[in-house]
Design a protein around this ligand. Structure first.
Ligand code: NAP
Ligand code: HSE
Length: 442
C-alpha cells in the first residue's frame, strides 16, 4: 500500500464536520478505492472549544490555518471556510504557491478567483478541485469534465441553490410563509453564512459561472451574470403559477449564442422561472439540485441529487480527495477547468434583448377603474402579446386597496417586455415594481 494522502482541514462547520465523519466512517472503503488511506493530520477553525458533535482529539489543532501551506507533513489543503476573499483566499493562494494540492467547496472564491487559482495550480503542477462548489453532492463537474468531454455543450441550466429550492417547494406544499421556511433551511445547514447570497440568487450565480466555464471552455465571467433572487415571489404567484400549470423554481442558465455581428457570446442568467409541470426540473423538491446539460451528441443529460447539507457536500469533497490520492488529478487531463487556462476562450456577454420567450408578469396595482387598461395599453404599445390574464382579489396584508394582476405573454423578444415596463415605470397605478418571471422552454 502506498503512503497515506495527508490532508489538513480548514473549516469545521457543516461541511468540515461532514468530511471528518465521512472519512472516519468510510475509511476502509476509501482506502480500497483510492489505493491508499486518506489521513486527516491537522484541523483548524475559529473556535477550538466549540462542540462540533464529533471527536476531534485525534487531530492536531492549528490556530493559524495558513500554516498548512508551508507544513511539509501535509499533501492537500482542504478549504471549507467560505467567502470569496479573506482567509480562504489567502490560504488557497499560499497553499498552491507552496505546491500543495487544494480542494475546496467554496463557489464564491472559485467564481471570483478560480482562473487565478487554476493558473497557480497549473504552474505548480498540483490539483485544484472544487466538485462540492457546484450542486453539493451531485457530481456535475466530473460529469461535464469527464463523462460529457466529447460533446459540444449547447446549453447548461438547472436548480443550483438548495436553500431557494427548499423555500419555493415548501411554500408550494404548505403555503408557509417565506421567512419561516428560510429559518428552517438555515437550521438544516443549507444556507450560506449570509443567507442573502442564497435568496438573492448570488450563490446560484457563483455556481452558474463555474459551470459555464467547465461546460463551454471559457474563462469564468461572474460580473455579467444577470441575477434575480426569490425575495419578491409571493404565495399568490405560486398559486397563480400552479393554476396555469407551472411550478416556480430558481433557474440558472448559460448558453453560447451567435450575435448579430457574427461573434459568439455567452449568456448567463439566474432568475425565478415558471417551469412547466411536465419538465424534469418541475418536480425537483427540497434542497435537491438538478443540472441539465445538452450535449451535441449525448443529448440531454440530467444530473440530480442533494445540493446542500453536510453529508452530500462531504461526499463531493472526499471524491476529489480520492481522485488526488489515485493520481488522477495529475497529467494533461488535470486542468481544473478541463482545458488549460491559457486555452480557455473569453466571450463577451450576450444581450438578452433579442432572446425569444414567454413570460409571467405580475403587477400590484391600485384597485380603481382604468388601471387594467393602462397596463394592457403599455403591452400593446410595446408589442407584447398577452396569452392570459388573471386579476385576483385583494392583495391583503395591509393592501386592502390593491389587487394583483398576473399575465402570461405569448412568445416574443425580451426587449418588448422591457419596453412595456419602461412605459409603465413611475405610473401611480403601480403600488410596487412589477415582477417578471420567464417561462422555461424545452
Ligand atoms: P460553516 O458551517 O459556516 O463553517 C465555516 C467554518 O469555517 C467554521 O468551522 C468556522 O469556524 C470556520 N471559519 C470561518 N471563518 C474563519 C476564519 N476567519 N478563520 C478560521 N476559520 C474560520 O460553513 P459551511 O456551510 O460548512 O460552508 C463551508 C464552505 O462550503 C463554504 O464555502 C460554502 O459555500 C461551501 N458549501 C457549503 C454547503 C452546505 O450545504 N453548507 C454546500 C456546498 C458548499 P468556527 O466553527 O470555529 O466558527
Ligand atoms: N447555500 C447553498 C445552497 C449550499 O443552499 O445551495 C450549497 O452550495
Amino acid at each position: 500500500m502506498s503512503k497515506p494522502l495527508r490532508i489538513a482541514l480548514a473549516g469545521l462547520g457543516t461541511v468540515g464536520g461532514g468530511v471528518v465523519r465521512l472519512i472516519e466512517t468510510n475509511a476502509a472503503l476509501i482506502e480500497r478505492r483510492a489505493g491508499r488511506a486518506i489521513e486527516i493530520v491537522a484541523i483548524s477553525a475559529r473556535d477550538r472549544s466549540k462542540d462540533r458533535g464529533v471527536d476531534l482529539s485525534p487531530y492536531r489543532w492549528e490556530d493559524d490555518m495558513t500554516a498548512f501551506a508551508t507544513d511539509p507533513g501535509i499533501d492537500v489543503v482542504v478549504e471549507l471556510v467560505g467567502g470569496s476573499d479573506g482567509p480562504a483566499l489567502t490560504l488557497a493562494r499560499r497553499a498552491l504557491a507552496q505546491g500543495k494540492a487544494l480542494v475546496t467547496a467554496n463557489k464564491a472564491m472559485i467564481a471570483h478567483h478560480g482562473i487565478e487559482l487554476a493558473t497557480a495550480a497549473e504552474a505548480a503542477g498540483v490539483a485544484l478541485k472544487f466538485e462540492a462548489a457546484v450542486a453539493g453532492g451531485v457530481p456535475v463537474i466530473k460529469g461535464l469534465r469527464e463523462g460529457a468531454a466529447a460533446n459540444a455543450i449547447l446549453r447548461v441550466y438547472g436548480i443550483l441553490n438548495g436553500t431557494c429550492n427548499y423555500i419555493l417547494s415548501t411554500m408550494e406544499d404548505t403555503g408557509a410563509d417565506f421567512a419561516a421556511v428560510l429559518a428552517e433551511a438555515q437550521a438544516k445547514g443549507y444556507a450560506e453564512a449570509d443567507p442573502s447570497f442564497d435568496i438573492d440568487g448570488v450563490d446560484a450565480a457563483h455556481k452558474l459561472a463555474i459551470l459555464a466555464s467547465v461546460a463551454f471552455g471559457t474563462t469564468i465571467d461572474f460580473a455579467p451574470v444577470e441575477i434575480t433572487g426569490i425575495r419578491r415571489v409571493l404565495a399568490a404567484d405560486i398559486a397563480q403559477a400552479d393554476a396555469l400549470g407551472y411550478y416556480i423554481r430558481l433557474i440558472g442558465m448559460a448558453e453560447t449564442e451567435q450575435a448579430a455581428d457574427g461573434t459568439t457570446r455567452l449568456f448567463q442568467r439566474v432568475h425565478p422561472h415558471l417551469v412547466p409541470r411536465d419538465h424534469p426540473l418541475a418536480h425537483v423538491d427540497g434542497a435537491t439540485n438538478a443540472v441539465v446539460a445538452e450535449g451535441n451528441f449525448s443529448g440531454r443529460l440530467l444530473f440530480q441529487g442533494a445540493g446542500a447539507g453536510d453529508g452530500p457536500t462531504a461526499s463531493a469533497v472526499v471524491a476529489d480527495l480520492i481522485d488526488i490520492a489515485r493520481g488522477d488529478a495529475k497529467g494533461p487531463g488535470a486542468a481544473p477547468f478541463s482545458i488549460p487556462v491559457a486555452a480557455l476562450e473569453t466571450l463577451a456577454p450576450a444581450d438578452s434583448g433579442p432572446r425569444m420567450g414567454r413570460a409571467y408578469l405580475r403587477f400590484t396595482v391600485a384597485d380603481r377603474p382604468g388601471v387594467l387598461a393602462e397596463i394592457t395599453a403599455a403591452m400593446r404599445d410595446a408589442g407584447v402579446s398577452i396569452e392570459s390574464l388573471i386579476q385576483k382579489g385583494r392583495a391583503g396584508a395591509g393592501g386592502t386597496d390593491t389587487v394583483l394582476v398576473a399575465m402570461v405573454t405569448h412568445e416574443g423578444p425580451e426587449s418588448a417586455i422591457a419596453k412595456a415596463l419602461r412605459l409603465l415605470h413611475g405610473s401611480p397605478s403601480l403600488t410596487e415594481p412589477p415582477l417578471v418571471m420567464h417561462i422555461l422552454s424545452d
